[in-house]
Design a protein around this ligand. Sequence first.
Ligand code: GDP
Length: 459
Amino acid sequence: MDMKCDTIAAIATPLGEGGIGIIRISGDDSLEILNRVFRPASGQPLKSRMLTYGHIVDPESGAVTDEVLAVYMKGPKTYTAEDVAEINCHGGLVPLKRTLSLVLRGGARLAEPGEFTKRAFLNGRLDLSQAEAVIDVISAKTDRFFDAAIDQLEGSLSKRTRAIGNKIMDILVEMTVNIDYPDEDIEELTYEKLTSDLKSVIADIRKLLSGAGSGKLLREGIAIGIVGMPNVGKSSLLNCLLRESRAIVTEIPGTTRDTIEEYMSIKGIPVKLTDTAGIRTTDDRVEKIGIQRSKKILGEADIVVFVADASRALMDEDVEIMKGLSQGRSLILLNKTDLEMVTKPADIEAFAPGIKILETSLISDDQAEALEDAIYNMVGEKTEQSAGGSVITNVRHENALREALSFAEDALKGAEEMQPLELIEIDVSGCRDALGAITGETTSADVIDEVFSRFCLGK
Ligand code: GDP
């Protein structure tokens, strides 16, 4: 790896109008380049880590182009582990572009997207999973996802992955010694010990992977499908949860023909709400398409909310849908309880045993909180971190863990069948490499480039 790095610069804050905008410079010539364009008001030379007031001056014309605060930070205790300089300009496109062009003329090269963080990785200040957490921190849309990303940035996933990696290394060393020096006076690796060591590794990987489910929920959100016959109050439910009237509520049955998708956050968990047309047999072609979509969404939704109308008797179609509801991921709303109740909770229980029934009157808009609580109770525990566990927020990490698990399981099978150590070693090495891909130790250059290409400019 070429460790002789040129000095890079970029605008580190979003482009637009703001109080301040920051130009970041990183590399060996940071101080020199800063000194070429920055004139401290005090006339004193810059001191490392001291924010200094002064002006940006065009070295060619001598014109003052901005009034700024600048700081120089001597490496390696910086974001990139290199010498870094930052200029706090006025936050606007023109001042930032002007100062940046002076900095580039002063000898810096425009940074590529993610190049600052890539340098932090290449210089060993962050491992790959931590660098990836930087993107998650920046792009987090909910508090829970943000917390998980910060946790990962602080190195929780790295630590746990390395701990498993070390165990694997110990096994590998023992195997290698036994393969290469079978006659030497060393402790013989028994299949019994190998089996128990591998079982322990498998348990560790499984525990780490158990955080992947909640990571997926935090990343992609929970898909909630609202189903039920026309006119029972599905659109009213959507409106109630969204506390606004985006879905059209109407008294003509079957108006919510297509599906409506809305995004919201329930106590920090991203939720995608889908309101479906009522599932019922009909000759109306348009509605048929709607029904097909409903069935599809029912198959895809993480949680299904079925709405029934308490003011009328259950219809065959209601019953048909209820039979399709599964325990643990369904909630039934018996709606319109403000009207005379023809259908009672007991009538529903008969068809949907064990599924929670909530009596609602969605005509009033004070039910949102109770509904949110009920939904959160269903999904909340799924997203709780397992005791002492890390949430796996990144698909690449999850895939690497699954690969490591599969190698470890194959190795265990080999050990149980007392296959030759040379054969088992292949799987153990595979497991080590898969784990190393998480922290970047065994990641290919292509994957590393791919990871950093997803960053924004200036990060
Ligand atoms: P959807 O077809 O299932 O989406 O049902 P809508 O949400 O469009 O509601 C159909 C009709 O029932 C509308 O006129 C709503 O105002 C009314 N409605 C919804 N919830 C209630 C409720 O709890 N009580 C009463 N009385 N009417 C309701």
